[in-house]
Design a protein around this ligand. Structure first.
Ligand code: SAM
Ligand code: SF4
Length: 485
């Protein structure tokens, strides 16, 4: 592939989309070589990680195979420290919006698979999308993750139309969507260019499993069968000028050690070919889905303890990459994972097209099982989740979308993050957007707890920054909206 220059700062190096950069044998060698690590080695690696400079694949393999519980506690402490140093106590909130469950693929773990004839298929029309967005805006959401099955109905033009509709909805006081991330099937460079015209935030696509034989055994038909086409999705997206991309693996399909090391290999390959790694990494675990036998008993099920270690080790390995967790996890586990390094969560989610409207008309979650992708671990309403974040985790829920709208994306964003500038922009913007939420949408209890947390955060700032942020908060209280640094 030829070297391509773009108007944005990313320069794409030569890469060969016909060759996999995942070498199974090499990954297994690293895993085997790092088996039964001694305590001194684990401690040396933890010490290195404390510097927030990341870890090599070999070092990560050592941490993954530590069996010593005491050292795991030290690992968790380092993960918490890194999370605090780089991200502070902010947590970015978003809601998924399932636009279509029409899908021509047959992923054996997913409720939307084409062979699931029990599923009620639905692709939202523009007015139905509008209604879903209105409901999300009434909850106080500013960020959406738009989700689509892979189907001719969900071609790039239809996706762009749906996103334009989402951005156009301005509902109630200050209601608007300011950033739409997209999770859809991988596209060609040409189609990614069309997708970019919709002013999307992050393009997200998970490899599911990096282990090709396992990949082929769960993707039985449709375009998704092509492992390599998916593996290079982020290369094509970036070549098309989409700066922020998000990768992930669906844990439960293959050995978690292999998946994590392969995902880090993907990060390194992107850094090498594209000059920048992914903006985010997601950690879906297989959840039970109607119409999917394998989802009831995944072949490599990851239990909660193992999942915590995976998140913590990733926080050490790639300290500056956002880690996303969905409502798939229960409230109690989410709380722990937040401390260990997760920086974005979904709240108040539904996984069926039209699910928010259905949810309003019918409180019974079972009513949606015939259209949803999988069952959720956390059904609580947004305000309750926010109250808990504030009072129990001392976290500042952030609705900030400033960086992307100020052009702080891609390698530019990573540069800023690396200089620990997050405190300069993200922390103030989190407080300002949280105040918007508290003024416009919060219940009384949440508002009181939230304002108290904002005051305690202001008290910890330098006098100059505190003055600056207070001015923005005062303007917000006076009715101005969408203020960001
Ligand atoms: N159709 C597109 C694709 O497959 O990339 C995007 C939408 S798909 C619904 C989004 C993600 O849902 C998949 O990448 C997969 O990781 C996740 N997923 C599918 N089935 C799941 C299950 N049973 N539990 C948890 N996550 C699941
Ligand atoms: Fe379709 Fe995506 Fe579900 Fe696979 S994971 S069946 S491609 S919606």
């Amino acid at each position: 592939m030829s070297k391509t220059e773009h108007h944005h700062p990313i320069t794409i190096s030569d890469y060969n989309p016909n060759t996999s950069f995942i070498n199974d044998e090499a990954i297994w060698d690293v895993i085997n070589h790092a088996a039964n690590p001694d305590a001194a080695l684990v401690r040396r690696i933890l010490d290195k990680a404390r510097q927030c400079e990341g870890l090599s694949i070999e070092e990560t393999a050592v941490l993954l195979q530590n069996q010593n519980k005491e050292l795991d506690e030290e690992l968790f402490t380092v993960a918490r420290d890194i999370k605090n140093t780089i991200y502070g106590n902010r947590i970015v909130l978003f809601a998924p919006l399932y636009v279509s469950n029409h899908c021509a693929n047959s992923c054996s773990y997913c409720g939307f698979n084409a062979d699931n004839h029990e599923l009620k298929r639905k692709t939202l029309k523009q007015d139905e999308i509008r209604r879903e967005v209105e409901i999300l805006e009434e909850m106080g959401h500013k960020r959406i993750l738009a989700v689509y099955g892979e189907h001719p109905r969900n071609n790039v033009n239809a996706i762009v139309d749906s996103i334009n509709t989402m951005y156009s909805v301005k509902h109630g006081k200050g209601g608007e969507i300011r950033r739409i991330n997209v999770n859809c099937a991988p596209l060609s460079v040409e189609d990614f260019k069309v997708l970019k015209t919709a002013a999307i935030g992050t393009y997200q696509c998970f490899q599911e499993t990096y282990h090709k034989p396992s990949y082929e055994s769960v993707h039985l038909k449709g375009k998704k069968k092509d492992y390599l086409y998916r593996l290079y999705a982020m290369h094509r997206a970036m070549e098309a000028g989409i700066d922020d991309v998000g990768i992930g693996a669906l844990f439960g399909l293959y050995d978690h050690r292999f998946e994590l090391l392969a995902m880090l290999t993907h990060v390194q390959q992107m850094e090498q070919d594209l000059g920048v790694g992914p903006h985010t990494i997601s950690f879906p675990r297989i959840e039970p889905a109607h119409g999917s036998e394998i989802s009831e008993k995944p072949p490599y099920e990851v239990d909660d303890d193992c999942f915590k270690r995976i998140v913590a080790i990733t926080r050490l390995a790639v300290p500056y990459t956002g880690l996303i967790m969905s409502t798939r996890e229960s409230a109690a586990l989410r709380k722990e994972l937040l401390e260990l390094g997760v920086s974005q969560i979904s709240a108040g989610s539904r996984t069926a097209p039209g699910g928010y409207q259905e949810g309003q008309q019918n409180d019974d979650c079972n009513a949606q099982h015939d259209a949803e992708q999988f069952s959720l671990g956390d059904h609580r309403p947004m305000d309750e989740i926010i109250y808990e974040l504030v009072t129990e985790s001392n976290s500042i829920p952030s609705f900030c979308t400033g960086c992307y709208r100020k052009g702080r994306t891609g390698d530019h964003f990573m540069g800023l993050a690396k200089q620990q500038f997050i405190g300069k922009f993200c922390q103030p913007n989190a407080l300002i957007t949280f105040r918007e939420y508290l003024n416009d949408y919060a219940g009384e209890k949440t508002r009181a707890a939230g304002n108290a947390l904002i005051e305690s955060e202001l008290a910890r700032m330098s006098p100059a920054r505190e003055r600056n942020v207070r001015t923005c908060l005062d303007k917000t209280d006076a009715g101005e909206r969408d203020i960001y640094l």
